[in-house]
Each structure stands twice: as C-alpha cells, then as structure tokens.
Ligand binder design. Structure first.
Ligand SMILES: [Zn+2]
Length: 409
C-alpha cells in the first residue's frame, strides 16, 4: 500500500498508562489516537475525539495497537537455505568438521546468496524488524563473494529498512590472508569489524583482539565480536577487550555477541564486569539460546548496559530451526525468567525494539513522540504486554511512514 507523503494515521491504539487493581496487579490503559505523518516523521499526536478535524488524507489503522518497530541485531543473511529445497544439517563429529563442511557448502551456494538473503530479509521485516545487523563471512574460502551478494540483497530493500554489515572472520582472524581480506571488506562497504573466539578459534587471545581493534581503528569502524568461549577464558577475553576499548577510546563502539561466559562466572564477577561494560558502553548481543548459559540481561540492563537481541543465522548448516522473529526471542526470555506480570512484560519489549517502549517503567508516555520516525508495528492486541506474552501476529509494519510489510486495509 502506498501512503501519501502527508497523511493522518487514524484510529491507532496507543498505551497511555498503568492502572492498579485492588488486588495490587496492574493493567495497561490504551486509547485511540490520530497521528499526523509528514515525510516519514510523526508531526502531531492527537487523542481521538468526536470533533477531530483532519486536514489531510487518512489511513485507518482500525483500532490496531501500535508499538515501535524491532531491531534484529545478530544475524547471518549469507548462510541460510531459505528458498532452496528442504535440507537438514549434516551430522559432524566436532566444530572443525562443521567449519570444513560450511566452507565447502558456502562456495557451492555462493550463486544464490542474493536470493536466499532476500527471502530472509523479507521474513525478518514481516516479523517487525526494520533494522538488521548482519554478519557476513569473510574467510579464505568464500573470500568477498558473499559480501557482494548481501549488499545487493539489502539494496533491494532500500527505503524499507536500515542495516549494518559486520565483516565476520568465521574461520579465524589470525590465519592466512584473513586480515587483508577483512580490510578489503571494509573498503567494499562493510560497516563493522567482527571477530571470533580469540581463545577457542585463534588460540591467541591478545593477538586476535589486537588485530580486530587494529582494523577497527584503521577504518574508524565499530567492532562486534562473536564470543562463545565460555567460563573464565571468555571472561578473561572480555576483560582484555575492555582494556583495549579503553586504550583506543572506543567507548560506545564495541559489542560482544553471545557472551555466554557472563552467565558462567560467580555473580560478583558478573556484577563488576557489568559496571565495566557500562562505563565503556560496550553492548551485549544475545540470541536467547536455550542450551547455553545466558548473559545476565536483567543485571546488565540495571547497570545501563545496552542489550540487544538477534535471531542469529537460521535454517542453515549450523541449525535447521528459527524463523526470524525477534519478538519470539523476547517471549522466550520472559518465559525463561518468569517475567509474567503486566509491567515486566511491557518493559521487556525494549529488547525487541532496541530501546523504545510505549510506556516508561513507571507508566509514563514514552512513545510515540512528535519528531519520531513513523516506524510502527501494528498488532491486534490490547497492549505491549500481550504482544510480548502471546507473540501476537503482526498485521503490518510501517517504516518512515510507508507500509513495508503486511497491510492496514
Ligand atoms: Zn553469529
């Protein structure tokens, strides 16, 4: 559906506060609003009333709930089997065999990378994410081929979402010509420098981190490292990375994906590290796995550490599962940690949106505000709490004032 450049989005349900019942439990209040949207920006927010006079074309949201769009912050668009014939994973004995298999297979699949990634982008968008951070393999086998295909696939979605590409050394950063390939990837348009298990894969913690930071400073780019290394080895790695981030003054520019180790160490250590991450504004990306220890998301959040979620690669040589739904990750997180009351559920939406929620924790209006981009997910629900708990189907997704998935009609 094409929307005009100036229009009123009428009858959108927005949350307005919490009310407490006699038994102490809370419920979310919501009312119908009209939003004026001019060139993708919300320029007016009016409560619906009998005498609302709207001097512009109208698009009727028909009472659907509006919530902020989501951010998919850890993904691998280049690996998926989407659009190909069904394929389960090949059984392997260990990580070395898995990596070897992926290297061969990705070369075979290189010709269809744009098509496969396109389907994945469409799926992620339909589920409500209008920003995608994707890692793309940069390795001695695939070289830069997947990066080209992913850039082409994302280009097809220009105007429908924003994105960031992380150059990802899946087979290790300190081998063969990977550092020079990584630099070439940055010249070709990758935005962020990736890394991978400095202990488990590169087997040289300091040298691996140093190389990653070195490329980042050379290209004035952020970093986002995959860290599966668990327990004290992983913790040591974060400690060293924090030192390097501080030395390079790379505050607000580093992220650690997975960081299982933060959930493995004694709570005092995790607490101290949360303070350190907060001070350096190092973000944590989690995919809410059910078979690994999770970083302590609530603690990190309380300390002011930015936590984002991602679906990771899905339906690929690493795993046949997954659906590109970041909201499902939040539902799972709430289920795992018993976040079952109205306010906890509503607050948890921030991990899908990357920050914004309709109401503050205290129940004050926080979104949408005049001047915000008109990035809205529409769902047939009473409030954010219901959307989070029930993983409500998304009827439509709006990005900068345009319906980019689903329909409002
Ligand atoms: Zn990953």
């Amino acid at each position: 559906m094409n929307t005009p450049s100036v229009f009123w989005l009428t009858n959108i349900k927005l949350e307005t506060g919490f009310e407490q019942a006699e038994d102490g439990s809370f419920q979310t209040k919501a009312e119908l609003f009209h939003l004026k949207i001019e060139n993708g920006i919300i320029s007016d927010v009016q409560k619906k009333s009998e005498n609302s006079i709207l001097h512009a074309p109208a698009v009727d949201a028909k009472g659907l709930l509006g919530i902020p769009t989501f951010r998919e912050m850890h993904n691998h668009l280049d690996k998926t089997y989407l659009t190909l014939n069904w394929k389960a994973c090949k059984p392997v004995k260990n990580l070395t065999e898995r990596l070897k298999h992926e290297a061969t297979e990705l070369e075979e699949l290189a010709g269809s990378v744009k098509q496969r990634a396109g389907k994945m982008i469409e799926t992620i968008l339909a589920n409500g994410s209008t920003h995608i951070r994707t890692h793309v393999n940069i390795d001695p086998f695939i070289g830069l081929k997947n990066l080209e295909g992913i850039r082409e696939a994302l280009d097809e979605y220009r105007g429908k979402l924003t994105y960031e590409i992380v150059a990802f050394p899946q087979h290790g950063l300190l081998r063969e010509d990977v550092p020079s390939l990584m630099k070439e990837a940055m010249r070709m348009g990758a935005h962020i420098v990736g890394g991978l298990d400095p202990a488990g894969i590169d087997k040289k913690v300091e040298a691996s981190l140093y190389e990653m930071m070195n490329i980042a400073t050379e290209f004035d780019a952020d970093v986002d490292i995959h860290l599966h290394d668990s327990g004290h080895v992983g913790f040591y790695t974060i400690d060293k990375l924090a030192e390097m981030v501080e030395d390079a003054k790379w505050h607000h520019r580093a992220a650690i994906s997975h960081a299982f180790c933060l959930g493995d160490v004694p709570s005092q250590q995790a607490d101290d590290m949360a303070d350190r991450l907060s001070e350096l504004d190092i973000a944590i990306m989690s995919t809410i796995p059910i078979t690994k220890s999770l970083p302590p998301i609530e603690l990190l959040d309380q300390k002011g550490v930015r936590v984002y979620l991602g679906c990771d690669g899905f339906y690929d040589s690493w795993g046949p599962f997954g659906n590109g739904d970041i909201l499902e990750k939040v539902t799972r997180y709430c289920e795992l940690y018993r976040r079952i009351d109205e306010k906890s559920l509503a607050y948890s939406l921030k991990w899908a949106t990357g920050g914004p929620t309709a109401l503050t924790a205290e129940g004050k209006l926080a979104w949408p505000k005049k001047g915000d981009e008109a990035n809205i997910v529409f769902a047939d629900a009473v409030a954010s709490s219901e959307v989070v708990a029930r993983t409500t189907k998304r009827e439509a997704v709006m990005f900068r004032g345009k319906v980019v998935s689903g329909a409002l009609a």
